[in-house]
Design a protein around this ligand. Structure first.
Ligand code: F6R
Length: 606
């Protein structure tokens, strides 16, 4: 949430900052701004709304012409989206951009007001800019160290001081920040896609490290002002991966990337037909030794965990508890030695998931991170990490990250079931080879999107709808419902089909469409009965089932047939029409699919 960037080099800084911010807009789009040195003075341009507003403003006012500066794209936490609350914040002496939350900002503000400072914005960030100004004595690194020692909360800060017009300064704690290293130019950014047009090399800034960046040099200090030497990282991703590549939206592009993403994620983990997690030391013995498994994550990643729970329990007969990280962290969970906690996260930076990881470690459990972004905090801090290889996910609504996460859940379930002796090696191989067929089935489904488009046209005017399913289909209906609400803004809920009669059926009328997911043949008839119940109360039903499922005439108003595979694996395929229904519904309603209102990706604040 919130993206920060910085550039020092020889190019037009404003252009570089805007280009880099465009790659980070998924982190928030409530406002955008830049601060650039022009004739040794700090020139600030900022305004409410998306980056395009800033670009238009600079076309009107003239853009700064310097070669060194910082930029920001905001997801509002403290203070409404407005010009005045936009970053950068500062004065003639310094300017800062911030990602994170300053928890003790109210206390700092009182102190600074007592020192004679007056505040213009409602942001927490302004207190940091004033605190830096208060301590500034001509030595930026010392100033930063003094200021951050008084700041509580999370921050990635990009700072420029008027006295140092050829340098940017950066510091971070609990919010991500990288330093891109180019030829005669250097960068700071909240995430790798922001630098890919210029360089693939970067340093990861660790907690409370301070970087001083000029065009030819990057010097990193720890909090005691000792120089830190770091290993240069290289991004696996190409610049193209963070472009729309001819698709109208990132979301549609990412939906289409799923077959490749799944293959790239699972294939390296198959050794002679069997799942192999030796990359992180997860041997059969270790895997089989865990007493309980916890899966902790947020949003879509948590739904991937729900699929994981059903599959692991079904195949490996090991109890799995799935928790929302935001709940897990405050409920004193009963985890400890002998347990495995799996943290699932696309970004690897989600604040609640990160804290759940810390708690699990403190309680003595082993932690395994399933993360998409290389070198992210969760990946670095967990005992073991397995990367999903989905490539950069730019669309705020997560799609390909989900299907690679669930594919890995299956791989874990197969391996655990085998390691515990619940399934034979032959059966395990069979499952793996079935899983390898799934990408082709998704490709087949994606070759004709008419069904999803038609289903979207049937629900686009609804004010509210329900997703129902049983077992794995229930787990999947949660994700279908989330996808729809976040980009179409139609209210929707997911219910276990058998729960309807216990309350939610009261919501049903001819104005409440129902999307029923019925890919699991063992409970198909039960779900069909629930469909009959909602239909007889007026609901229009879209049914999603396998292409060979026996469905009576007129059971549903519209049926979406999904290519068949082993029923256990059907959720991976069925996720795709659900994503497409959400996508086309949002398009039909004229919404901004890639940047839905109020949302941002990579939720680095609680
Ligand atoms: C929904 C979505 C979010 C994320 C959630 C966790 O489409 O993207 O629900 O899944 O914020 O994010 P990560 O996976 O980065 O931890």
């Amino acid at each position: 949430m919130c993206g920060i960037v910085g550039y020092v080099g020889k190019r037009n800084c404003a252009d570089v900052l805007v280009g880099s911010l465009r790659k980070l807009e998924y982190r928030g789009y409530d406002s955008a701004g830049i601060a650039v040195f022009e004739n040794n003075k700090i020139k600030v341009e900022k305004c409410q709304g998306k980056l395009d507003n800033l670009v238009a403003k600079m076309e009107r006012d003239g853009k700064p012409s310097g070669v060194c500066g910082i930029g920001h794209t905001r997801w509002a936490t403290h203070g409404e989206p407005s010009d005045i609350n936009s970053h950068p914040h500062g004065n003639k002496r310094l300017s800062i951009v911030h990602n994170g939350i300053i928890e003790n900002y109210a206390k700092l503000k009182i102190f600074l007001e007592e020192q004679g400072y007056s505040f213009v914005s409602q942001t927490d960030t302004e207190t940091v800019s004033k605190l830096l100004d208060y301590y500034y004595d001509g030595a930026p690194v010392d100033t930063i160290i003094r200021a951050i020692s008084e700041v509580e909360g999370s921050y990635a800060l990009g700072i420029i001081f008027r006295d140092f017009p050829d340098r940017i300064f950066a510091v971070r704690k609990d919010s991500p920040l990288i330093i891109g290293v180019g030829e005669g130019e250097n960068f700071i950014a909240s995430d790798v896609p922001a630098i890919l047009n210029y360089t693939k090399n970067y340093y990861l800034l660790e907690q409370d490290e301070i970087a001083v960046i000029s065009r030819d040099e990057v010097i990193i200090y720890d909090i005691h002002k000792e120089i830190v030497h770091k290993e240069l990282q290289t991004a696996d991703w190409d610049a193209d991966a963070a472009e729309k590549g001819g698709y109208e939206h990132f979301m549609l592009k990412e939906i289409h990337e799923q077959p490749t993403a799944i293959k790239t994620t699972i294939t390296p983990r198959i050794n002679e037909g069997m799942p192999d997690f030796s990359e992180c030391g997860l041997t059969d013995e270790i895997l089989a030794s865990y007493r309980n498994i916890y899966i902790v994550a947020c949003g879509t990643a948590m739904h991937a965990g729900m699929v994981g729970k059903y599959v692991i329990e079904k195949l490996a007969r090991t109890p799995v508890t799935v928790d929302m990280a935001s709940e897990f962290r405050y409920r004193d969970p009963i985890v400890g030695e002998g347990d495995l906690v799996i943290l699932i996260s696309q970004s690897g930076e989600t604040a609640d998931t990160k804290e759940a990881l810390n708690i699990s470690k403190r309680k003595g459990a082993k932690t395994l991170a399933l993360v998409n972004v290389k070198g992210s905090s969760i990946a670095r801090e967990a005992d073991m990490v397995m990367y999903t290889h989905a490539g950069p996910e730019i669309s705020v609504a997560s799609t390909k990250a989900f299907t690679v996460q669930i594919s890995m859940m299956y791989m874990l379930a197969f391996k655990l079931a085998y390691a515990k002796g619940v399934i034979t090696e032959e059966k395990c191989r069979e499952y793996v080879s079935e899983l390898l067929e799934v990408p082709a089935l998704i490709e087949k489904y994606l070759s004709d999107k008419n069904e999803a488009q038609y289903a979207a046209s049937r629900i686009m005017n609804a004010e509210s709808l329900l997703y129902i399913g049983r077992g794995l289909d229930y787990a999947l209906s949660m994700e279908g419902s989330l996808k729809l609400k976040e980009i179409s803004y139609i209210h929707s809920e997911a219910y276990a089909a058998g729960e309807l009669k216990h309350g939610p059926i009261a919501l049903i009328s001819d104005q409440t469409p129902v999307i029923a997911i019925a890919t699991q043949s063992d409970v198909l008839e039960k779900t069909v009965s629930n469909i009959e119940e909602v239909k007889s109360r007026g609901a229009k039903v879209v049914l999603m089932c396998g292409e060979n499922a026996q469905i009576g005439e007129g059971v549903a108003d519209y049926v979406i047939r999904i290519p068949e595979c082993d029923k256990l694996l059907m959720p991976i395929v069925a996720a795709v029409p659900l994503q497409l229904i959400a996508y086309y519904t949002a398009i039909l309603r004229g919404n901004d699919v890639d940047q839905p209102r109020n949302l941002a990706k990579s939720v680095t604040v609680e």
